[in-house]
Write a protein that binds this ligand. Sequence first.
Ligand SMILES: *Cc1c(COP(=O)(O)O)cnc(C)c1O
Length: 224
Amino acid sequence: MDYDVKGNLRRVLGDLPEGVRLVAISKYHPNEYIEAAYAEGQRIFGESHEQELRQKVESLPKDIEWHFIGHLQTNKVKYIAPYISMVEAVDSLKLLREIDKQAAKHDRVIRVLLELHIAEEETKYGLTLDACRELLTSGEWRELKHVQICGLMMMASYVEDEEQIRSEMMLARNFFDEVKQAYFADDDAFCERSWGMSHDYRIAVTCGSTMVRVGTTIFGPRVY
Ligand SMILES: *Cc1c(COP(=O)(O)O)cnc(C)c1O
């Protein structure tokens, strides 16, 4: 292993204030990297491809909590429904319905986050703030008993300008408060704010993040 996974992991954890959890993003990295982080006590890992995730789940310890962090196609939901701990990037009612349907088959409740589109990049997935309000106002999600909406997720623009990153994350942070008050005031489970990646997690923890998703800083560059 050419990367000091354990040392990097310890450094990232040392940067996180109490109450902020780490999702170690292991996509495209081999099992031995995940095992090294696991040996240090890390239990939450994030992946973005269903097949790769399936192979890892079969060969790695069963007490790992897997988060699906990428864009999830509805036809892939059935494969991850038996074991996925959280689906972080739900950006349509259609996907939410499918997760509910598949979770029901396994008698599970799957925790999800709604993904916001705030960054300037056009290619990124996610709900605009208005689309998110609309989804929640429609109320159908309340009937879905096998999904639990636990908070919001977003990616800031991939830019050098820290002020821009900060303002996007604060927009998400303030939007969280709006949504919490309007729809989840009595729901303690709605508490997660997933923002911050390798290049901006230190900013994210000053902008209300409860969950950072860090890959490269821990595992090194991905080999695609
Ligand atoms: C890959 C990925 C990350 C981790 O990115 P790094 O820059 O390697 O830390 C975080 N979030 C999402 C949604 C990703 O796809």
